[in-house]
Design a protein around this ligand. Structure first.
Ligand SMILES: [Zn+2]
Ligand SMILES: [Zn+2]
Ligand SMILES: [Zn+2]
Length: 260
């Protein structure tokens, strides 16, 4: 399998579950924690390789994430699925159009792309082309493995409760959030990955997400050089989790940058 250059990096734009941490109205210890690593915006990563920035999902917090990390360029976006916590920041791409003076291609598996176009009809309808403030995006189907700006990207289906989600192999990186089971085909795609980012919302299994032990097992089965846990809810305290994870697996936090 073709891999990207070894200098590929992944920056955790957000590492939170769908409502983020702290959660509105909650006064639990994690939501009130002074540890900055317990402040989690909605999950997304920025993959950089060869000077190009590939954003995975547009979280509702994309504006604040971009300001925090000083991002001024997004060359393409890849979507995993059309759940609100992964797409609602789409309109923030407008600012990147403005800075870069370029349209931005957005890639997603065909059924996900259709959902996104329906959710953001103002951004894609021909009638709205003039006069409406909207992001300028070029929708592109991601039906199977392809190169995006020289970066190898392979989508694969995983179970996410009643729906299917798309996990991604990006070079030697696996990005697997929002999943409660990986079918055999997906296991084949993940094989040989050097880095895995896997979602776990809480300790106990959840109907549409891994619990912590399941996420750990998924990483250990592939045995990458490094594993990271993301999409964390307020049930998980960073420092506690860090002490509990087996060696080679760490909790991710907003702003963490890793070399793949
Ligand atoms: Zn999610
Ligand atoms: Zn809380
Ligand atoms: Zn989801």
């Amino acid at each position: 399998m073709k891999s990207s250059s070894s200098k590929m990096t992944a920056l955790f734009m957000g590492t939170g579950s769908s409502v983020g941490v702290p959660m509105i109205g909650c006064s639990c210890a994690v939501c009130r924690s002074p540890d900055k690593r317990n402040r989690r915006t909605r999950s997304s990563i920025l993959v950089s390789d060869g000077g190009k920035n590939l954003l995975v999902d547009t979280a509702p917090d994309l504006r604040i994430q971009s300001l925090r990390e000083g991002i001024s360029r997004i060359d393409a976006v890849v979507y995993t699925h059309a759940h609100a916590d992964h797409v609602l920041g789409l309109d923030e791409l407008r600012t990147f159009n403005f800075i870069m003076q370029e349209e931005i291609p957005i890639y997603a598996p065909p059924r996900v792309l259709e959902r996104i176009k329906a959710m953001f009809s103002y951004a894609f309808s021909e009638e709205n082309k003039e006069g409406v403030t909207r992001p300028r995006l070029v929708p592109r189907e991601l039906p199977g493995p392809m190169e995006i700006m020289g970066i190898f990207v392979q989508p694969f289906l995983v179970e996410h409760g009643p729906v299917m989600n798309t996990a991604l192999r990006i070079g030697d990186l696996v990005y697997l959030t929002d999943c409660n089971a990986v079918p055999e085909e997906g296991k084949r795609v993940m094989k040989g990955a050097s880095t895995m980012i896997v979602g776990a919302v809480r300790y106990e299994p959840h109907e549409s997400h891994f619990g912590l032990a399941q996420a750990i097992a998924e990483i250990q089965e592939i045995s990458p050089r490094a594993g990271y846990i993301t999409h964390l809810s307020h049930r998980m305290d960073h420092a506690t989790l860090e002490g509990e994870l087996p060696s080679g697996i760490r909790p991710a936090f907003d702003g963490l940058k890793i070399v793949v």
